[in-house]
Design a protein around this ligand. Structure first.
Ligand SMILES: N[C@@H](CCC(=O)N[C@@H](CS)C(=O)NCC(=O)O)C(=O)O
Length: 242
């Protein structure tokens, strides 16, 4: 990341001050117990979010949803789920997060959640800036999932393993070996080829951000949150590890 991107990331991180990113880094400010209770009563939605050792939240997909909810100015409660913590989500049969519960509706997959929020809360600030914006954002969603994230995995996968709760280490190793065919520690290599691959993917983003603060212009929208998720994933793991 260049200096500009790092500054933008820091700005976004600061603007999310009301929620914990990682205990020890940006902790929830001193909200009194009464205020916290009052807020809890008003909350209708629950965001099930993946957390790991030291309560750190680096899931890129969960960040997309958390920022979408903030953008929509909706109140929500965060429920932390640790890797393979199935009992907490017995109401829901899948194993991937984020999951959003809104009254009796349960929505999974960050993209589906964004669509749900946009169509069910149309009077709140717009996530996509219209139909064309939604289409382009959908393209970006796929590009990040299929190009940017895969370019990051070989340089962070062992760092993720080092940051999952010890009791979930075996689950993480087995599930990732089934997915990638290699042990995370064998797979991670910050060699020139892998770093260059990530750099190549990031170059397209850098070019787009050259003359404007956000991918979507002067203000951030869902496209920016998708990209933010990837960089916060990388950055938090780097802070924790190096
Ligand atoms: N396409 C899904 C992907 C969600 C996903 O892969 N979430 C990961 C966290 S980054 C997860 O829940 N992993 C749990 C596990 O592997 O057991 C989305 O956009 O929400």
């Amino acid at each position: 990341m260049g200096v500009n991107e790092t500054a933008k990331l820091a700005l976004l991180l600061r603007s999310i001050s009301s929620n914990t990113i990682c205990s020890g880094f940006i902790s929830q400010s001193a909200i009194s117990f009464k205020v916290a209770l009052l807020r809890r009563k008003q909350m209708t939605m629950q965001l099930y979010e993946l957390s790991s050792k030291n309560d750190c939240r680096f899931s890129p997909y969960c960040w997309r949803t958390r920022l979408a909810l903030k953008h929509k100015q909706l109140t929500y409660e965060i429920i932390h789920i640790r890797f393979s913590d199935k009992a907490a989500v017995a109401f829901y049969s899948q194993e991937r997060f984020p999951v959003l519960r809104d009254g009796d509706k349960v929505i999974s997959d960050s993209w589906n959640i964004a669509l749900y929020l946009e169509s069910n809360y149309p009077n709140k600030p717009n996530l996509f800036n219209g139909h064309a914006g939604r289409s382009l954002t959908n393209f970006l969603n796929g590009w990040v999932d299929q190009i940017l994230h895969p370019s990051l995995i070989p340089i962070i996968i062992a760092d993720i393993l080092n940051n999952v709760d010890p009791i979930y280490e075996n689950y993480f190793i087995e599930s990732r070996m089934a997915r990638f065919g290699k042990h995370p520690k064998e797979m991670q290599n910050r060699n020139t080829a892998n770093m260059q691959n990530f750099e190549n993917a990031a170059r397209a983003l850098r070019a787009s951000l050259k003359n404007k603060p956000f991918l979507t212009g002067d203000r951030p929208a869902y496209a920016d949150y998708i990209v933010f998720g990837a960089f916060v994933w990388y950055t938090l793991l780097a802070i924790l590890t190096y």
